[in-house]
Design a protein around this ligand. Structure first.
Ligand SMILES: Nc1ncnc2c1ncn2[C@@H]1O[C@H](COP(=O)(O)OP(=O)(O)OP(=O)(O)O)[C@@H](O)[C@H]1O
Ligand SMILES: [Mg+2]
Length: 341
């Protein structure tokens, strides 16, 4: 059995704002083993980034707080660590490629300074050596003329190159866990390919575990071992990638897959938005957040959140539709399309 790197159990992260409590993540659980890739999918605002930032303990407090749950990194309780210890973890054990590269590159320092600093902070290297490594890393992530580029400032880099610089910084310490919060903007198709190449390399070379956050189900089909489908701050379905694609149990997952051109090919394709509005996280019903958009609502859906139900090995779902009716319901959908009211 591969080593368990990360175990997140019943994580809830809320933001206490003037308007009310934003329940961004509610009771989310997942695990990551060595050399495994977990894809986290779900529409905008479903809590993917907040879940990842919680693992990194980078939730801005105030207004945010991890209100519940445990975060275990190779048996170490991350919630019990001091800020200093957590900083060490972030450099050495877990690294994150952020959705917005400008939030983590400092505009007043050269790119090389920033990567070299990350290297010197976590490895016993001198400045010259760290700069040399920084240039090497930039080259590895596909920045042409890296030797000279390393001396430039972030504003001299294009958006895509900044993203690559971020990747270089993230992998500079060969972390056990790499979290890639994929940019959702259209400009980033090549960056996406780049991120995926780097992740593959990290996995073969260093046996890292990878968490890929994405809107792109095609990419997930291609590289993930397992998938967590999020909706309204909840995990609605979680399981091995083949189970999620060929035996999905949640109506929201059906909706996501219905927007793919061919299930068996699962070509690169952006998710079509499912009809209806995402839930207001300030006014979540006590039950399933997908009520209102789900065509199969049953009496308990609004009132109670369904328990986790195991429907296959490592495959779990939260849904009130009885298991034996679920597949029948799904089979009646015209290729999963136009199924939602
Ligand atoms: N600092 C904050 N204060 C208040 N609410 C926040 C804060 N950060 C995030 N949220 C809320 O938490 C919810 C989940 O946001 P999150 O960024 O995790 O979504 P996401 O799934 O990553 O979406 P996207 O695909 O657009 O990146 C959103 O409703 C967001 O407004
Ligand atoms: Mg996000």
């Amino acid at each position: 059995m591969a080593e368990r790197l990360l175990e997140v159990t019943d994580l809830s992260t809320h933001f206490f704002t003037h308007a009310g409590v934003v329940k961004a993540v509610n009771g989310v659980s997942f695990t990551l083993d060595r050399q495994e890739t977990l894809g986290i999918v779900g529409e905008s605002g479903s809590g993917k980034t907040v879940a990842a930032l919680s693992v990194m303990r980078l939730i801005p407090d105030p207004p945010g707080k991890i209100v519940e749950g445990s975060l275990m990194l190779r048996g170490r309780d991350l919630r019990a660590l001091s800020d200093d210890e957590m900083r060490q973890v972030r450099g050495n054990d877990i690294a994150m490629i952020f959705q917005d590269p400008m939030t983590s590159l400092n505009p007043v320092f050269k790119i090389g300074d920033q990567i070299a600093e990350a290297i010197m902070l976590h490895q016993d290297k001198g400045k010259d050596e760290a700069w040399r490594l920084a240039a090497e890393l930039l080259e590895r992530v596909g920045i042409p003329d890296a030797k000279n580029r390393v001396k430039q400032y972030p504003f001299e880099f294009s958006g895509g190159m900044r993203q690559r610089a971020m990747i270089a910084m993230a992998i500079s310490c060969n972390p056990d866990i790499l979290i890639a919060d994929e940019p959702t903007t259209a400009l980033d198709v090549t960056i996406q390919a780049q991120i995926i190449d780097v992740m593959r390399e990290m996995q073969t070379q260093y046996h890292s575990g990878v968490i890929l956050i994405t809107h792109d189900l095609g990419v997930v089909a291609e590289i993930a071992d397992k998938v967590m489908v999020m909706y309204g701050g909840r995990t609605v379905e979680y399981g091995p990638v083949d189970e999620i694609y060929y035996n999905p149990h949640h109506p929201y997952t059906w909706g996501l897959l219905g927007s793919l051109p061919r299930l068996d090919l699962a070509e690169k394709h952006r998710l079509e938005p499912i009809k209806g509005q995402p839930p207001d996280l300030l006014l979540l019903p006590p039950g399933c957040p997908f009520v209102g958009r789900c065509a199969f609502e049953l009496p308990p859906c609004r009132e109670r959140w369904p328990e986790h139900e195991e429907v296959g090995p490592g495959h779990g779902v939260h849904c009130w539709i009885p298991n034996d009716q679920r597949l029948e319901t799904r089979a009646g959908l015209p290729r999963f399309k136009e199924w939602v009211a």
